[in-house]
Design a protein around this ligand. Structure first.
Ligand SMILES: Nc1ncnc2c1ncn2[C@@H]1O[C@H](COP(=O)(O)OP(=O)(O)OP(=O)(O)O)[C@@H](O)[C@H]1O
Ligand SMILES: [Mg+2]
Length: 268
């Protein structure tokens, strides 16, 4: 991996090396990744040489204009897709060339996803929606139910387990989606526009959950268009035209829990 990025910044690894430190191995290490989408005549070069490291316990917000490659990048991080070239090391394992089955296994063990559209099953209760990913983990039924309940309690929905998605507010549905993403106890949570459809108070409530999870050690990477949401993270990475244009720590990071005290309440 290049030790100095094109804009002259030095990588964390190199810096640590120069300082004689042993750095904790990054949980995510992306090396010069390119992604092409081949649609016959139209070849889209969606990622154009992306290199980045994300350590355990980080909380990263990905920003950038529409079409800049954010979702493409998240799909790679989430092992939903493979890079056209370059390497992706997840907890030290090169996953860039694994086959679909191996990727699915890694995804299920290490990663949780939250998408903008919630993707909840509509004829299924909150509890059943959250329980679903545990089916693949081959746990006894009782333990699966227990985990699903714990996950729902963690996002403050202990009293809504038997509700169907249509009986829940947008924020509550998103919280079910977060509970579902957490039920297999992933070490990394990936969220693509998790607050995209939500009003501002509900968005801050979601960020409060993320900040709490992050304090508990979970590594978080989320995509957002909104600078007000990005500043709840610890680090922001800005994409432009398939490349990383900025990568910087967040200064004066607000506490979502504190901010909620000052925001008007909307009946949830
Ligand atoms: N499955 C696909 N097939 C072909 N082209 C694609 C595909 N997915 C994305 N692209 C193209 O790749 C580029 C990057 O798309 P991507 O979805 O990563 O952008 P984004 O930053 O997530 O945008 P948005 O903010 O609108 O969600 C775009 O030009 C898009 O049209
Ligand atoms: Mg996108």
């Amino acid at each position: 991996m290049a030790t100095v990025t094109k804009n002259g910044a030095i990588t964390r690894t190199k810096l640590a090396e120069l300082q004689g430190l042993t750095l904790e191995q990054p949980v995510i290490r992306v090396e010069d990744v390119h992604k092409y989408y081949d649609l016959g005549e139209n070849k889209v070069h969606a990622l154009r040489g992306v290199s980045v490291e994300i350590a355990g316990g980080e909380f990263v917000a990905i920003m950038g204009a529409s079409g800049s490659g954010k979702s493409t990048f998240m799909n790679l991080l989430g092992c939903l897709d493979k890079p056209s070239s370059g390497r992706y090391l997840l907890e030290g394992t090169d996953v860039s060339q694994l086959d679909k089955k191996a990727l699915a296994a890694i995804r299920n063990r290490k990663l949780g996803f939250v998408f903008q559209g919630f993707n909840l099953l509509s004829r299924t209760t909150a509890l059943e929606n959250v329980e679903l990913p545990t089916l693949y983990a081959r746990l006894p039924k009782e333990e699966r139910l227990q985990r699903a309940k714990e996950s729902l309690q963690l996002v403050g929905l202990g009293d809504r387990m038997e509700h169907f998605p249509s009986q829940l507010s947008g924020g509550q549905q998103q919280r079910v989606a977060i509970a579902r993403a957490l039920v297999n106890r992933p070490s990394i949570l990936l969220a693509d526009e998790p607050t995209g459809n939500l009003d501002s108070r509900t968005s801050v409530e979601i960020m409060q959950i993320f900040q709490t999870l992050n304090e508990g050690g979970l590594t978080l990477v989320l995509v957002t268009h909104e600078p007000d949401i990005a500043r709840f993270a610890k680090r922001t990475i800005v994409f432009r035209d398939g490349k990383i244009r900025r990568d910087e720590p967040v200064k004066d990071r607000p506490r979502a829990a504190e901010m909620l005290k000052t925001l008007p309440t909307v009946e949830d």
